[in-house]
Design a protein around this ligand. Sequence first.
Ligand SMILES: Cc1cc2nc3c(=O)[nH]c(=O)nc-3n(C[C@H](O)[C@H](O)[C@H](O)COP(=O)(O)OP(=O)(O)OC[C@H]3O[C@@H](n4cnc5c(N)ncnc54)[C@H](O)[C@@H]3O)c2cc1C
Length: 291
Amino acid sequence: MIPGAFDYHSPKTLDEAINLLNDLGEDAKILAGGHSLLPMMKWRLAEPAHLVDISRLSDLDYIKEENGFLCLGAMVTESGLENSELIAEKYPILKDTSEVIADPLVRNLASIGGNIAHGDPANDHPATMLALNAIVVVCGPNGSKREINIDEFFLGPLWTALGENEILTEIKIPMPKQQSGGCYIKLERKVGDYAIAASAVTLDFENGKCSSSGIALTNVGPTPVRAKDAQDVLIGTDVSNEVIEQASNLAAEASQPVGDHRGSEEYKRGVVKTLTGRAILKAKNRAMGGN
Ligand SMILES: Cc1cc2nc3c(=O)[nH]c(=O)nc-3n(C[C@H](O)[C@H](O)[C@H](O)COP(=O)(O)OP(=O)(O)OC[C@H]3O[C@@H](n4cnc5c(N)ncnc54)[C@H](O)[C@@H]3O)c2cc1C
């Protein structure tokens, strides 16, 4: 299928890109890796008159720890995350997430910024970012910059808190505490597919008890779903099998799946329950020093 006609812009700096977006208004769309936008354009679900390509803005491609945060530039690719030693060593939940996205060809171009900015509840990073309590950094015209808490970022299917003339430039993730672990587990119909459902879990422990937790779910609601009651039931406990069972049930209750070609509502709730239980156990093992 062939997309509609558009003008292509290749800004050399972030400021130039923002000015273009500001001048072109709602007729313009940012092009990053293109692996969500271009399929939509081919299906004529999106027909932007202008594409502003930010893929050459190498300033937006970095993975670094700074001031208590892991900072990911928006143009870090899935392959970049997958192959980063820092991510493998300290943030395995991000590696879990990247390596179950699509296939290697897609992952070589698809960007972390695009995955989040697209606002697709079927995408894998949004739930992981909720579990990690990430902050989204956004730049706009006249040097404006704002930080959006991830809980306020996803507003509905393909709808986020980003303004038309804003660019998501960075994702900030609080650095892990001493005894903490995270895990992302996804069930897909076949390798490379979007999730039937998936569960992201992070756990912090102090003196053998869980001091904080993050649990979020993929593709079982109009946005990624934070399973707050499931998180809360873990706090103050040693995350025994009994508590894991309770949390898994609460996560299934928090999910809002709809039946479709990937399964019935009931089946998806069952998947959420099972995956959340497994993800909590693995996150706990990682927090205790295992892998
Ligand atoms: C075959 C296939 C299978 C896939 N499977 C999965 C999967 O299993 N899980 C998954 O999570 N994803 C999957 N994807 C989607 C893939 O990960 C996308 O590439 C990703 O969601 C979007 O990243 P991108 O860099 O390609 O963004 P683009 O497609 O370039 O852009 C997506 C949207 O975000 C906007 N945007 C992009 N970057 C920014 C920015 N920095 N600031 C503001 N707005 C921005 C664009 O304007 C556009 O509206 C799949 C894609 C394909 C083609």
